[in-house]
Design a protein around this ligand. Sequence first.
Ligand SMILES: Nc1ncnc2c1ncn2[C@@H]1O[C@H](COP(=O)(O)OP(=O)(O)O)[C@@H](O)[C@H]1O
Ligand SMILES: Cc1ncsc1CCOP(=O)(O)O
Ligand SMILES: [Mg+2]
Length: 269
Amino acid sequence: MTTETSQTATDLFERMRATNPLVQCITNYVAMNYAANVLLAAGASPAMVHTPEESGEFAAIAGALTVNIGTLSPNWVEGMIAAAKAANRAGKPWVLDPVAHFATGYRRDAVAELLKLKPTVIRGNASEIIALGGGQSAGQGVDSGDPVEQAEEAARGLAIAQGAIVAVTGEVDFVTDGKRSVRIAGGSDLMPKVTATGCSLTALVGAYLAIAPDQAFEATVAALGNFAVAGEIAANTANGPASFMTAFIDGLHRLDGATYAKNLRINVL
Ligand SMILES: Nc1ncnc2c1ncn2[C@@H]1O[C@H](COP(=O)(O)OP(=O)(O)O)[C@@H](O)[C@H]1O
Ligand SMILES: Cc1ncsc1CCOP(=O)(O)O
Ligand SMILES: [Mg+2]
């Protein structure tokens, strides 16, 4: 089963790179440049298109949409809602990244509106997923204060309640659709030391969904596996967060299917 899951992830990795999918990213000011570079290096084509005047029109063109609430303002929320509605109308998958949604009333309200539009995948750190499931998390801002294991039950409940795939990231990632669950090991403790790493992963999940819209669970696992493998390899040559960023982008670009398959560590639960 684990071997079959790893083979599927490797197939999706190769297909994503061969396809160069167009991904509409509505992300935050912090993440925009890094996320675009991560997608280009990984083999996808990012487009940062957020304003409501065009976000819906673009969502019908893109292979997938990703929505990240990191730096919100009313115009952006309007653009997110228009894009998510248009993605749904066009049958395109979309990903929600609920950055620090528990921190303020404005964020809570925005996430509640976005959840009504049924994201295909919800990707967050452990504190974000615990809080989204109604639990008490130790998170204060955008960084997690909780271990992933503590978010697994909340993730399962959220997946069932929302009818979505839920991905919780951290030292060992966890992905569930409420019935099936996997853990993905790898990455590096330098990853949370580089801002927008999670935001960029959310964008990459969009790239995988774009090429496998009917395999949202497998696509999410393959995207997280891509970060886990490239992150682990990049850490071998990095001296700290700054050189890790460079090594990670280079590593994403250089990664091939054989290395992906060899280094992928998926545990089917
Ligand atoms: N301690 C860690 N060890 C290995 N990988 C990590 C660690 N913490 C985070 N990651 C990886 O960093 C990426 C972003 O996850 P995370 O830091 O949880 O998101 P966010 O930036 O949204 O808080 C994921 O690929 C995750 O697996
Ligand atoms: C620092 C910061 N502040 C608002 S959004 C953001 C980036 C968060 O990025 P990530 O969730 O990937 O750590
Ligand atoms: Mg985040």
